[in-house]
Design a binder for this molecule. Structure first.
Ligand SMILES: [Ca+2]
Ligand SMILES: [Ca+2]
Ligand SMILES: [Ca+2]
Length: 360
């Protein structure tokens, strides 16, 4: 695959932020961003489309009212990530957002000076703009940092398992939407709506707008390619990692290199992601208009760095149901319920058998 021949910049979706968060005391110091190749964000198409045109109204009626920014602080550093509310006290984000050393060492929120805070943006009424400190932080046990997995011994690079759950110390504001998590496997051609607080820009010029804790953007794309389970050498197991390309300006990367040609969206819809969007949601919209959380957004490529032709991706959340169920203390809701998925699988298997038999 094309992406396996490229140097992937793990878009450690965290970018160092200093002084961006007005009204909140930050202990951030100027320092080198080591584990992140700051790149993508929710990026706009070609002008006249613009980063400003992708900004959400930050009101309770927004489909993205449950999309939060996250401020992670430790060792005098301050980072921004994004996330999505899946229970009154549970936010899904990315593992690397709470990883302090790139090797899966989770931030110790009990250490003086270290904390994780979740920022809501739903207007000033009824505490809709609440900043809630996390009482617990969890990282998927199979996540050990970009490139660190059993398959690395065989020379393969893994982005897998980059999922985290943050537990809020108090209930989220009632104005924030709580999203159901999609429990069915995903395939190429899945339409997604992404949201996040990260770096932005446009397809022609790349990144040029810094992330902000209270500026949320959204954009769309289609999932193109997938990596299967790294613990099984990428040869088996469910699709864990999804990839999408940022089409426009004559670039259609996965179509041109891999023959994977999903639809190209209109200039004011197609989007990429940038630093700070990490952990943010990818939704599918159901026929009834519900936004169901099906993925998180976790990395970007150095190739074409944020411009048309760049690519990016995240985790397929249906492949992490057991972890998400446990880490949210059962508060997350999956659709359809895992039991009915098993039935669906059984029905499908029987259908295949019947088809095979009918060929004889
Ligand atoms: Ca895995
Ligand atoms: Ca695309
Ligand atoms: Ca494409």
């Amino acid at each position: 695959m094309f992406h396996q021949n490229q140097i992937l910049k793990k878009m450690a979706g965290c970018v160092l932020v200093a002084g961006l968060f007005a009204g909140v005391t930050s202990t951030a110091q100027a320092s080198v961003i080591d584990k992140t190749d700051v790149v993508p964000l929710i990026t706009a198409g070609a002008p006249p489309d613009s980063p400003g045109a992708r900004v959400d109204a930050n009101v309770a009626s927004s489909a993205f009212s449950g999309v939060v920014s996250i401020n992670i602080r430790y060792d005098g550093q301050s980072f921004i990530c994004s996330g999505a509310l899946v229970g009154k006290r549970s936010v899904v984000s990315a593992g690397h957002c709470v990883d302090t050393d790139g090797n899966g060492t989770i931030v110790d929120i009990n250490k003086p000076g270290s904390d994780v805070r979740v920022i809501f943006n739903n207007g000033t009424a009824n505490n809709g703009n609440a900043i809630i400190t996390a009482s617990a932080v969890s990282m998927n046990p199979n996540y050990a940092g970009f490139g660190n997995c059993p398959a690395a011994a065989a020379g393969q690079f893994c982005l897998n398992d980059d999922v985290a759950v943050i537990t809020l110390g108090t209930d989220a504001p009632a104005s924030a939407k709580i999203y159901n998590i999609g429990a069915t496997p995903l395939t190429s051609g899945q339409h997604i709506v992404m949201a996040g607080y990260g770096t932005s820009g446009d397809g022609v010029n790349g990144f040029y707008v810094a992330p902000q804790f209270r500026v949320k953007r959204s954009g769309e794309n289609y999932m193109d390619e997938f990596d299967r389970d790294d613990e099984q050498g990428f040869a088996a197991g469910p699709n864990e990692v999804w990839y999408a390309d940022f089409d426009g300006g004559g670039y259609d990367t996965f179509c041109q290199f891999d023959g994977v040609c999903t639809p190209v969206l209109a200039n004011d819809k197609e989007a990429g992601i940038g630093g700070g969007d990490s952990g943010g949601p990818s939704f599918m919209i159901t026929d009834s208009g519900e936004y169901v959380l099906i993925g998180n957004n976790t990395f970007g490529s150095g190739y074409r760095s944020g411009k048309f032709g760049s690519y990016f991706g995240g985790m397929v959340l249906s492949s992490y149901i057991d972890y998400l169920n446990k880490a949210t203390n059962g508060s997350a809701n999956f659709v359809p319920e895992p039991a009915s998925i098993a039935m669906l699988g059984l029905g499908l298997a029987m259908l295949l058998v019947m088809r095979r038999r009918s060929k004889v």
